[in-house]
Design a protein around this ligand. Structure first.
Ligand code: ADP
Ligand code: MG
Length: 237
């Protein structure tokens, strides 16, 4: 079985600056893969390349064994790819329920959109805010809605860019359990996150980016004791 997501030797250059330098990673069905690294390491740029918002100067992206390097974002979404953004991107004037409904109606089965939305509201504990306007939500809750919206179309590959930012400790623990449940249903989750407790708890594999290069990859226990990682993070792990 090919990996659900393959990124091979991807390089991106902004002006003279190499934001990604031959970055390679894999994300497998039914697992959570962490992508960590200091600010400016290239994590969000890699997400842009994976979802087709930025064309790399070199390298390839494949979904489910199919090369999608030349496909635009909408075609990639139809191949089962979904993402959230580092900056919250909800429809501010729409209710939580309608934010979810818009996404569910773009999913594989429009007729079941209402049921999909009810299920997400239930799983994510959003019942008390379902009718609230998205721009009235605290940041942590808004992020949850964004993740809910990203899964409403039933993606096979889910990219999450700092989804736990703004969540308190209890919310983050609950969120970790949600991610594990999603993975257990078969989704390949790629998680960019600064909360190292969350990353080390939920991930099966972790990749470390520094200055656009993958400097380490492996299970959390290996990454935690990797010399190069400790040096890049100055002991934050
Ligand atoms: P991260 O998400 O790991 O914090 P980014 O992918 O946002 O890192 O950024 C990687 C590098 O690329 C940084 O040096 C950043 O300043 C630069 N960069 C990101 N986006 C752009 C852009 N649109 N134009 C120019 N430089 C950019
Ligand atoms: Mg970023």
């Amino acid at each position: 079985m090919p990996s659900l997501l393959r990124v091979d030797e991807v390089s991106v250059v902004f002006g003279g600056h190499r934001a990604l330098d031959a970055a390679t990673l894999r994300a497998e069905a039914g697992t959570i893969t962490g992508l960590i690294g200091p600010n400016g390491a290239g994590k969000s740029t890699l997400f842009d390349v994976i979802c087709g918002l930025r064309t790399p100067v070199h390298g390839r992206v494949a979904l489910g064994g199919r090369d999608v390097t030349r496909l635009g974002p909408a075609r990639r979404a139809r191949h089962g790819l979904s993402r959230t953004f580092q900056r919250l991107e909800l429809f501010g004037r729409l209710s939580v329920r309608d934010n979810l409904l818009v996404a569910a109606e773009l999913g594989p089965d429009r007729r079941k959109a209402g049921r999909v939305v009810d299920d997400i509201i239930d799983r994510f504990g959003l019942a008390s805010v379902a009718d609230a306007c998205a721009d009235e939500l605290p940041t942590g809750t808004g992020r949850l809605v964004e993740v809910g919206r990203a899964i409403a179309g039933r993606p096979s590959v889910l990219l999450l860019d700092e989804p736990a930012a703004g969540q308190d400790h209890t919310e983050t623990e609950r969120f970790g359990a949600l991610l594990r449940a999603l993975a257990e249903e078969g989704t390949a989750v790629l998680l960019v996150e600064h909360d190292m407790g969350l990353v080390m708890n939920v991930c099966d594999e972790v990749y470390v980016l520094d200055l656009g290069r993958v400097i380490a990859s492996g299970p959390p226990a290996t990454i935690r004791s990797d010399e190069a990682v400790l040096a890049a993070y100055l002991g934050d792990l």
